[in-house]
Design a protein around this ligand. Structure first.
Ligand SMILES: [Ca+2]
Length: 313
Protein backbone atom coordinates (compact mmCIF):
# COMPACT_ATOMS: atom_id res chain seq x y z
CA UNK A 1 0.00 0.00 0.00
CA UNK A 2 2.78 2.36 0.96
CA UNK A 3 4.61 1.73 -2.32
CA UNK A 4 1.43 2.34 -4.32
CA UNK A 5 0.91 5.65 -2.54
CA UNK A 6 4.51 6.61 -3.35
CA UNK A 7 3.90 5.88 -7.04
CA UNK A 8 0.78 8.00 -7.09
CA UNK A 9 2.62 10.77 -5.29
CA UNK A 10 5.47 10.70 -7.82
CA UNK A 11 3.04 10.52 -10.72
CA UNK A 12 1.04 13.50 -9.40
CA UNK A 13 4.24 15.52 -8.90
CA UNK A 14 5.43 14.53 -12.34
CA UNK A 15 2.23 15.80 -13.93
CA UNK A 16 2.53 19.10 -12.06
CA UNK A 17 6.18 19.38 -13.03
CA UNK A 18 5.41 18.37 -16.60
CA UNK A 19 3.17 21.39 -17.11
CA UNK A 20 5.99 23.76 -16.29
CA UNK A 21 9.13 21.89 -17.27
CA UNK A 22 8.17 19.26 -19.83
CA UNK A 23 9.86 16.52 -17.82
CA UNK A 24 7.06 13.98 -18.07
CA UNK A 25 9.37 11.49 -19.78
CA UNK A 26 11.95 11.49 -16.96
CA UNK A 27 9.16 11.06 -14.43
CA UNK A 28 7.97 7.90 -16.16
CA UNK A 29 11.56 6.66 -16.24
CA UNK A 30 11.77 7.21 -12.47
CA UNK A 31 8.54 5.29 -12.04
CA UNK A 32 9.92 2.35 -14.06
CA UNK A 33 13.13 2.34 -12.02
CA UNK A 34 11.18 2.21 -8.77
CA UNK A 35 8.95 -0.57 -10.09
CA UNK A 36 12.05 -2.62 -10.92
CA UNK A 37 13.34 -2.05 -7.40
CA UNK A 38 10.04 -3.22 -5.92
CA UNK A 39 10.23 -6.41 -8.01
CA UNK A 40 13.77 -7.02 -6.76
CA UNK A 41 12.68 -6.54 -3.15
CA UNK A 42 9.71 -8.86 -3.64
CA UNK A 43 12.07 -11.48 -5.04
CA UNK A 44 14.38 -11.14 -2.02
CA UNK A 45 11.43 -11.45 0.40
CA UNK A 46 10.35 -14.63 -1.38
CA UNK A 47 13.90 -16.04 -1.11
CA UNK A 48 13.91 -15.30 2.63
CA UNK A 49 10.54 -16.99 3.07
CA UNK A 50 11.81 -20.13 1.33
CA UNK A 51 14.85 -20.08 3.61
CA UNK A 52 12.66 -19.74 6.73
CA UNK A 53 10.48 -22.69 5.69
CA UNK A 54 13.60 -24.80 5.09
CA UNK A 55 15.08 -23.88 8.50
CA UNK A 56 11.79 -24.69 10.25
CA UNK A 57 11.69 -28.10 8.55
CA UNK A 58 15.28 -28.82 9.60
CA UNK A 59 14.44 -27.84 13.17
CA UNK A 60 11.45 -30.18 13.16
CA UNK A 61 13.59 -33.07 11.91
CA UNK A 62 16.18 -32.32 14.63
CA UNK A 63 13.46 -32.38 17.28
CA UNK A 64 12.03 -35.69 16.09
CA UNK A 65 15.57 -37.08 15.96
CA UNK A 66 16.31 -36.16 19.54
CA UNK A 67 12.91 -37.55 20.55
CA UNK A 68 13.79 -40.80 18.84
CA UNK A 69 17.39 -41.06 19.90
CA UNK A 70 16.76 -42.12 23.44
CA UNK A 71 13.38 -42.95 24.94
CA UNK A 72 14.77 -44.83 27.93
CA UNK A 73 13.35 -43.51 31.19
CA UNK A 74 15.43 -44.38 34.25
CA UNK A 75 13.42 -44.48 37.48
CA UNK A 76 16.36 -45.66 39.58
CA UNK A 77 16.39 -48.79 41.70
CA UNK A 78 14.02 -47.73 44.48
CA UNK A 79 11.14 -49.86 43.36
CA UNK A 80 10.75 -52.88 41.11
CA UNK A 81 7.86 -53.02 38.70
CA UNK A 82 6.23 -56.16 37.32
CA UNK A 83 4.97 -54.47 34.14
CA UNK A 84 4.01 -51.13 32.56
CA UNK A 85 0.62 -51.15 34.29
CA UNK A 86 2.37 -50.90 37.68
CA UNK A 87 4.66 -48.19 36.36
CA UNK A 88 1.67 -46.21 35.09
CA UNK A 89 -0.19 -46.51 38.35
CA UNK A 90 2.89 -45.37 40.25
CA UNK A 91 2.47 -42.02 38.49
CA UNK A 92 4.74 -42.42 35.45
CA UNK A 93 2.50 -41.49 32.55
CA UNK A 94 5.09 -40.81 29.86
CA UNK A 95 5.52 -43.44 27.15
CA UNK A 96 9.05 -44.80 26.83
CA UNK A 97 11.33 -47.70 27.74
CA UNK A 98 11.27 -48.63 31.42
CA UNK A 99 13.01 -51.34 33.40
CA UNK A 100 10.77 -54.04 34.81
CA UNK A 101 11.03 -57.41 36.49
CA UNK A 102 8.02 -59.72 36.41
CA UNK A 103 7.47 -61.74 39.60
CA UNK A 104 9.20 -64.96 38.50
CA UNK A 105 11.75 -63.34 36.19
CA UNK A 106 15.36 -63.86 37.32
CA UNK A 107 16.43 -60.46 36.02
CA UNK A 108 15.24 -57.02 34.94
CA UNK A 109 14.69 -56.06 31.33
CA UNK A 110 13.68 -53.03 29.29
CA UNK A 111 10.34 -52.81 27.50
CA UNK A 112 8.45 -49.95 25.92
CA UNK A 113 5.50 -48.75 27.97
CA UNK A 114 2.70 -47.35 25.85
CA UNK A 115 0.94 -44.96 28.18
CA UNK A 116 -1.74 -44.05 25.61
CA UNK A 117 -5.04 -45.95 25.05
CA UNK A 118 -5.71 -45.83 28.78
CA UNK A 119 -2.03 -46.41 29.66
CA UNK A 120 -0.15 -49.32 31.19
CA UNK A 121 0.52 -51.31 28.01
CA UNK A 122 3.75 -53.33 27.85
CA UNK A 123 4.86 -53.53 24.22
CA UNK A 124 6.50 -56.85 23.29
CA UNK A 125 6.70 -56.40 19.52
CA UNK A 126 6.94 -53.44 17.17
CA UNK A 127 7.30 -53.12 13.39
CA UNK A 128 7.62 -49.64 11.97
CA UNK A 129 10.16 -49.30 9.15
CA UNK A 130 11.88 -52.59 8.37
CA UNK A 131 15.13 -51.52 10.05
CA UNK A 132 15.48 -54.78 12.03
CA UNK A 133 15.86 -58.27 10.66
CA UNK A 134 13.13 -60.63 11.94
CA UNK A 135 14.32 -63.74 10.12
CA UNK A 136 16.19 -65.10 13.13
CA UNK A 137 16.99 -68.30 14.98
CA UNK A 138 15.45 -69.78 18.14
CA UNK A 139 18.01 -68.27 20.53
CA UNK A 140 17.35 -64.75 19.22
CA UNK A 141 13.60 -65.06 19.58
CA UNK A 142 14.06 -66.55 23.01
CA UNK A 143 16.30 -63.77 24.30
CA UNK A 144 14.78 -60.88 22.35
CA UNK A 145 16.37 -58.60 19.78
CA UNK A 146 16.10 -55.20 18.12
CA UNK A 147 16.08 -51.55 19.07
CA UNK A 148 15.37 -50.96 22.77
CA UNK A 149 16.13 -47.24 22.68
CA UNK A 150 14.00 -45.44 20.09
CA UNK A 151 10.29 -44.70 20.40
CA UNK A 152 9.56 -46.34 17.06
CA UNK A 153 12.35 -48.89 17.25
CA UNK A 154 11.56 -52.39 15.99
CA UNK A 155 12.00 -55.20 18.50
CA UNK A 156 10.91 -58.54 19.89
CA UNK A 157 10.93 -58.60 23.68
CA UNK A 158 11.95 -62.25 23.83
CA UNK A 159 9.88 -65.37 24.46
CA UNK A 160 11.42 -65.81 27.91
CA UNK A 161 10.38 -62.34 29.01
CA UNK A 162 7.00 -62.73 27.35
CA UNK A 163 6.48 -65.88 29.38
CA UNK A 164 7.46 -64.21 32.69
CA UNK A 165 5.28 -61.24 31.85
CA UNK A 166 2.07 -63.02 30.82
CA UNK A 167 2.34 -65.71 33.47
CA UNK A 168 1.81 -63.19 36.26
CA UNK A 169 -1.95 -63.14 35.82
CA UNK A 170 -4.75 -62.56 33.37
CA UNK A 171 -3.44 -60.44 30.51
CA UNK A 172 -5.21 -58.85 27.54
CA UNK A 173 -3.38 -58.76 24.21
CA UNK A 174 -3.92 -55.76 21.98
CA UNK A 175 -2.54 -55.56 18.44
CA UNK A 176 -2.46 -52.17 16.67
CA UNK A 177 -2.12 -52.42 12.89
CA UNK A 178 -1.77 -49.78 10.18
CA UNK A 179 -1.49 -49.96 6.40
CA UNK A 180 0.12 -47.74 3.77
CA UNK A 181 -3.21 -46.06 2.98
CA UNK A 182 -3.27 -44.48 6.44
CA UNK A 183 -5.88 -46.79 7.94
CA UNK A 184 -5.66 -48.31 11.40
CA UNK A 185 -7.24 -51.45 12.81
CA UNK A 186 -7.05 -53.28 16.13
CA UNK A 187 -7.38 -56.85 17.32
CA UNK A 188 -7.78 -57.66 20.98
CA UNK A 189 -7.69 -61.04 22.74
CA UNK A 190 -8.57 -61.98 26.28
CA UNK A 191 -6.49 -64.34 28.44
CA UNK A 192 -3.27 -64.06 26.45
CA UNK A 193 -0.47 -66.23 27.75
CA UNK A 194 2.83 -67.61 26.51
CA UNK A 195 3.96 -70.85 28.16
CA UNK A 196 7.49 -71.68 29.33
CA UNK A 197 10.57 -72.93 27.55
CA UNK A 198 9.67 -76.61 28.09
CA UNK A 199 6.37 -76.03 26.29
CA UNK A 200 8.21 -74.22 23.50
CA UNK A 201 6.49 -70.96 24.40
CA UNK A 202 3.10 -72.25 23.40
CA UNK A 203 0.46 -69.58 22.74
CA UNK A 204 -2.91 -69.42 24.42
CA UNK A 205 -5.52 -66.72 24.10
CA UNK A 206 -9.26 -66.26 24.46
CA UNK A 207 -12.05 -64.29 22.89
CA UNK A 208 -11.39 -61.85 20.04
CA UNK A 209 -12.76 -58.33 19.69
CA UNK A 210 -11.75 -55.51 17.36
CA UNK A 211 -11.81 -54.16 13.81
CA UNK A 212 -9.04 -56.10 12.05
CA UNK A 213 -10.73 -59.49 12.10
CA UNK A 214 -9.60 -62.59 13.98
CA UNK A 215 -6.44 -63.80 12.27
CA UNK A 216 -4.80 -65.18 15.39
CA UNK A 217 -7.29 -67.94 16.17
CA UNK A 218 -8.71 -68.40 12.66
CA UNK A 219 -12.10 -67.31 13.92
CA UNK A 220 -13.07 -65.78 10.58
CA UNK A 221 -14.28 -69.12 9.21
CA UNK A 222 -14.94 -72.44 11.01
CA UNK A 223 -13.33 -74.50 8.23
CA UNK A 224 -9.95 -72.78 8.40
CA UNK A 225 -9.28 -73.43 12.08
CA UNK A 226 -7.39 -76.67 11.47
CA UNK A 227 -4.62 -74.80 9.69
CA UNK A 228 -5.12 -71.12 10.59
CA UNK A 229 -5.62 -71.24 14.35
CA UNK A 230 -2.41 -70.13 16.06
CA UNK A 231 -3.83 -70.84 19.48
CA UNK A 232 -2.21 -73.80 21.20
CA UNK A 233 0.70 -73.65 18.78
CA UNK A 234 4.28 -73.83 19.93
CA UNK A 235 6.73 -71.20 18.77
CA UNK A 236 8.75 -72.07 15.65
CA UNK A 237 11.89 -70.68 14.11
CA UNK A 238 13.80 -71.88 11.06
CA UNK A 239 16.07 -73.93 13.33
CA UNK A 240 13.20 -75.26 15.53
CA UNK A 241 10.22 -76.60 13.58
CA UNK A 242 7.22 -77.00 15.91
CA UNK A 243 4.49 -76.44 13.33
CA UNK A 244 1.79 -78.80 11.95
CA UNK A 245 3.06 -78.62 8.40
CA UNK A 246 5.13 -81.31 6.66
CA UNK A 247 7.60 -78.59 5.64
CA UNK A 248 9.13 -75.85 7.77
CA UNK A 249 6.84 -72.79 8.03
CA UNK A 250 9.38 -70.59 9.79
CA UNK A 251 11.93 -71.27 7.09
CA UNK A 252 9.49 -70.69 4.20
CA UNK A 253 7.92 -67.65 5.80
CA UNK A 254 11.25 -66.29 7.10
CA UNK A 255 10.06 -65.46 10.61
CA UNK A 256 9.63 -66.80 14.11
CA UNK A 257 5.96 -67.26 15.04
CA UNK A 258 3.37 -69.64 16.46
CA UNK A 259 2.99 -71.27 13.04
CA UNK A 260 0.32 -73.88 12.39
CA UNK A 261 -0.03 -74.93 8.72
CA UNK A 262 1.21 -72.28 8.20
CA UNK A 263 -0.55 -69.02 9.05
CA UNK A 264 -3.34 -66.50 8.82
CA UNK A 265 -1.17 -64.01 10.68
CA UNK A 266 2.58 -63.52 10.55
CA UNK A 267 3.45 -60.23 12.21
CA UNK A 268 7.17 -61.04 12.28
CA UNK A 269 7.32 -61.36 8.48
CA UNK A 270 9.37 -59.43 5.95
CA UNK A 271 8.84 -55.65 5.76
CA UNK A 272 7.68 -55.29 2.11
CA UNK A 273 5.67 -52.03 2.19
CA UNK A 274 2.19 -52.97 1.00
CA UNK A 275 1.34 -55.32 -1.88
CA UNK A 276 4.18 -57.72 -2.66
CA UNK A 277 5.09 -60.75 -4.68
CA UNK A 278 7.30 -63.49 -3.27
CA UNK A 279 7.77 -67.26 -3.36
CA UNK A 280 5.72 -67.60 -0.18
CA UNK A 281 3.37 -65.29 1.72
CA UNK A 282 6.15 -64.13 4.03
CA UNK A 283 5.19 -60.45 4.44
CA UNK A 284 3.78 -58.86 7.60
CA UNK A 285 0.43 -60.52 7.20
CA UNK A 286 -2.92 -60.13 8.94
CA UNK A 287 -5.12 -62.19 6.63
CA UNK A 288 -8.57 -60.90 7.65
CA UNK A 289 -7.65 -57.31 6.84
CA UNK A 290 -5.39 -57.34 3.76
CA UNK A 291 -4.95 -60.99 2.84
CA UNK A 292 -1.64 -62.83 2.42
CA UNK A 293 -0.16 -60.59 -0.24
CA UNK A 294 -0.10 -57.27 1.55
CA UNK A 295 2.60 -56.42 4.05
CA UNK A 296 1.47 -53.97 6.74
CA UNK A 297 3.09 -50.63 7.54
CA UNK A 298 3.19 -50.89 11.29
CA UNK A 299 2.41 -53.32 14.07
CA UNK A 300 2.41 -52.96 17.85
CA UNK A 301 1.73 -55.99 20.04
CA UNK A 302 1.15 -55.14 23.69
CA UNK A 303 -0.28 -56.58 26.90
CA UNK A 304 -2.00 -55.26 30.01
CA UNK A 305 -3.60 -56.95 33.01
CA UNK A 306 -7.30 -57.55 32.32
CA UNK A 307 -8.29 -55.98 35.64
CA UNK A 308 -6.20 -52.86 35.04
CA UNK A 309 -7.77 -49.70 36.36
CA UNK A 310 -5.89 -46.50 35.64
CA UNK A 311 -5.00 -44.65 38.78
CA UNK A 312 -6.19 -41.13 37.99
CA UNK A 313 -4.06 -38.70 39.99
CA1 LIG B 1 6.93 -78.87 10.08
Amino acid sequence: MKILKLFNFILANCLIMAIGHSTLQSCFQEQLRLKAQVRLLEYRVKQQQVKIVRLLQEKEIQYSDTGDENSVIDLGEKRQYADCAEIYNDGHKRSGFYKMKPLQSPSQFLAYCDMSEGGGWTVFQRRSDGSQKFDRVWADYEQGFGNFISTNGEYWLGNKNLHWLTNQGNYTLRIDLSDFEGERRIAQYKHFRVADEESSYQLSCGEYSGTAGDSLTGGFHPEVKWWADHRGMKFSTRDRDNDNYEGNCAEEDTAGWWFNRCHSSNLNGVYYKGPYTAKTDNGIVWYTWHGWWYSLKSVVMKVRPADFEPNVV
